[in-house]
Every structure is written in C-alpha cells, then in structure tokens.
Design a protein around this ligand. Structure first.
Ligand SMILES: Cc1cc2nc3c(=O)[nH]c(=O)nc-3n(C[C@H](O)[C@H](O)[C@H](O)COP(=O)(O)OP(=O)(O)OC[C@H]3O[C@@H](n4cnc5c(N)ncnc54)[C@H](O)[C@@H]3O)c2cc1C
Length: 375
C-alpha cells in the first residue's frame, strides 16, 4: 500500500476547501501530515461560482489564485502554499477510481492505493452530457459546458473569435442566465432555448421571471421557450446550427450548455445518490436541521453572487455555503476523537431519517444537485 492518512477528503471542490480550513492546525484540527485532499482537478480547491461570473468577463476577468476557497467567505484564501504551510497533502490531477470502504483504501488512476481512517466524500456533481438527452455533438469544438476551470477556459477561448456572432444557450436556469449575460458582455448575440414556460422555472415565480426576461431582452437576448434542442448541425467539427423539436433552426457560432443538468459524482463510492427534490429549498432545510442535530454534512454552495455582467444580480442559496464542509470537518475530528461513527449525509433524506450507520467511517460532504430539465 502507498501513503496513508488519518483523514482523506475525496474531491477538491468547494466543500473540500471549506473542510480543509476546519482541519487547519490553528483551529485545533488535524496535525500536519494527517490530512490529504485528492482531486482530479489540476489546481487547489477554488470557488466554482466564479466560473460563470468574473471569469467570463472580456476585461478584468477573475483568475486564480484570487478565487481559491475560501475567498467567498472573506476568510483566508487557500492557495497551494497555504496547504503546504498547514501540512495538508494535496494530491491533484489524480482521480480516485474505486474505494474499498472495508479496507479503508482508495485506488487512484495512477495506481496508488491511499489509506485513510476517516474519509470525507466531497465529489460534488458533474455536468450531464448532451448525448444523455439524445443530442449528439458534445465533442464539437464550439460546444461548451461549464463546470470546471477547464470548461471555463474553453468557453473563454471559444468566445474570443465569436465577437458579433451567435450563441445558443441550452437551458434557462441559473448558469444559463449567467452564461447569457457573459456572452452579451462579450458582444455575442444570444438565443436561450428551454422547455419551460419561463426562465429559472424552479426558482422564480412567473412575475419575477418576466422581470428578468424583459431585462435580458432589452440587452438583446432572445428567449425561445416551450421547446428543446433536438439535434445539432455539425460541420467541420463545429456546430453550425441547433435544430429545435418544433423544427426551427437557430444558427450558432457557439453553443454553451451552461444550464445542463448535474449528476452527483459518487461513481467511485458506495453511497446512495438520491436527490431529486428542489436543490435550494432542500439545502436550506438541510442546513437548518443540521445545525440542530450537529451531525450532518451539508451541501455547500459557496459564494454570494457578484452582480451579473448585465448589471442585475441573482441570488440564491449561498447562505448555507460553508456549513456543510465546516460541519463535516468538525464532525470528522469529533468523531475520530470519540472513536464513533460519522454520519454520511448530503441531501439524502434516507440519511437524515435512518439511524447512523455503524461503519464505515465516512462523511459524505458533497453536493447532490438534482437533474434538471430532463425532457
Ligand atoms: C458555473 C457554476 C456557477 C455556480 N454558481 C453558484 C453561485 O453563484 N452560488 C452558489 O451557491 N452555487 C453556485 N454553483 C454551485 C456550486 O459551485 C456547487 O454547489 C459547489 O461547487 C459544490 O461544491 P462541492 O465541493 O460539493 O463539489 P464540486 O465543487 O463539484 O467539487 C467536487 C470535486 O471533486 C472532484 N472529484 C469528483 N470525483 C472525483 C474522483 N473520483 N477523484 C478525484 N476527484 C474527484 C471534482 O473534480 C471536483 O474538484 C455554481 C456551479 C457552477 C458549475
């Protein structure tokens, strides 16, 4: 076996960063060398929300290290040096391909086996691909997803030569709205397509949505509602148009799928992943309960939203942001010292309602975002 740690955080996203802060020795957490974070991203944990905001601006764009966690909490900014200084091992660009919870080991894609006493699963969510909805073309050079730094870099690169061109945004949720705003700021004409009656269907009342749609329309954004993209016309490796279910053809120089659904990423663990209810409502509810019960690890949503580039600001459930990770970190430490078992819970009603599991020692601190717009 390779290295072994008292605590391993699997995943290097927002939850991991906030949890690490709790572990820092100055907060009487883990001792140097006891904690390791394994992430398949190449950089230290960062505030993912920045990717659909400052990162996409044509001028003065946000770049790392400015938005590493926990910039959103106005706390310390946890750069790679910070982890070094606190004796926290960062294993980056490394994917865990399986977890053996009986032996308490993780197998990485580099072939290393890493042992742990306590595991915090913070694998977040992944963006589902168009193909999962029967639309081919994800690999086209001008189709952009927006989940990771890599995705955001691709989008920035695709937007540059697109000045004055057309973009089709698939989906009318939060990230789609933010992408549309960023595209407008980059002087790209935007058409948003979504099956619902109005934008932000799960969060906004029709009246609030109308306000935003009007505002966006005044900036040139066209809304195509009540339908979905059926296929993409790809020519020379690039999308040239999006074909809608109702037969309409929308010309496209780029195709951001920012609002596409998320899938919880727990493929390498043995955990249940059911979460099909309202994301924001459930996270707040979960936060409230967790405060009371002091043993749940919560979903994390990291930052108060900076204003959209259109001048409007959308705000949502960031209020429970670091709670999951902090609780998670604290529970790990508490539990380890008491030699008791940790609760595994993020958004899972099963975990909230059923008795604490007796083994293995796993804290589940990732966000389970529901699959949206599956039509
Ligand atoms: C573009 C964008 C904008 C957003 N804006 C907002 C906002 O304004 N406000 C808000 O509250 N929320 C926002 N969110 C949601 C917010 O970012 C998420 O709630 C948050 O990132 C979840 O944190 P997490 O640590 O649980 O998961 P993630 O941040 O998804 O991190 C999971 C990490 O685990 C890694 N990982 C997964 N599987 C493995 C594996 N097998 N091996 C190794 N590593 C693995 C991933 O690569 C990633 O680094 C936004 C999300 C996106 C994508």
């Amino acid at each position: 076996m390779g290295r072994a740690f008292a605590y391993v955080i699997l995943g290097g996203g927002v939850a991991a960063g906030y949890a690490a802060l709790e572990f820092a020795p100055r907060r009487a957490g883990a001792s140097p060398g006891e904690l390791c974070i394994i992430s398949d991203e190449a950089v230290a944990p960062y505030e993912r929300p920045a990717l659909s905001k400052g990162y996409l601006l044509p001028q003065g764009a946000a770049r790392l290290p400015a938005f590493h966690t926990c910039a959103g909490a106005n706390d310390e900014v946890l750069t790679e040096q910070w982890y070094k200084d606190h004796g926290i091992e960062l294993v980056l660009a490394t994917r865990v391909i399986s977890a053996d919870v009986r032996r308490k080991t993780l197998l990485t894609d580099s072939g290393e086996t890493i042992g742990y006493k306590t595991l915090i699963v913070a694998t977040g969510a992944r963006a589902s691909e168009l193909e999962e909805f029967g639309v081919r073309g994800s690999d086209a050079a001008n189709v952009c997803y927006l989940r990771s730094l890599e995705d955001a870099d691709k989008m920035v690169g695709v937007m540059k030569p697109c000045h004055g061109g057309n973009a089709v945004v698939i989906g009318g949720g939060y990230i789609g709205m933010e992408c549309a705003a960023a595209l407008v700021a980059n002087e790209i004409k935007v058409t948003m397509v979504f099956p619902g009656k109005h934008c932000m269907g799960r969060l906004f009342t029709p009246k609030i949505a109308e306000f935003y749609e009007k505002y966006y329309a005044a900036k040139g954004v066209v809304f195509v509602k009540g339908t979905a993209v059926k296929s993409l016309e790809v020519s020379d490796g690039k999308v040239a148009a999006a074909i809608l279910r109702d037969g309409r053809r929308l010309p496209a120089d780029m195709d951001p799928t920012g609002t596409k659904p998320y899938d919880p990423r727990v493929d390498c663990t043995t955990h249940h992943t059911q979460n099909r209810d309202n994301f924001a409502t459930r996270s707040q509810e979960h936060a409230r309960r967790s405060r009371a019960r002091r043993h749940a690890a919560l979903p994390v949503s990291p930052a108060p939203n900076p204003p959209l580039h259109t001048g409007l600001s959308l705000s949502y459930h960031w209020s429970c942001k670091p709670l999951a990770a902090e609780t998670c970190g604290r529970q790990s430490l508490l539990s380890a010292s008491e030699k008791s078992t940790l609760l595994s819970s993020a958004f899972s009603t099963i975990n909230l309602r059923s008795p604490l599991p007796t083994s293995p020692q796993v804290v589940h601190g990732s966000v389970h975002q529901r699959k949206e717009n599956r039509t």
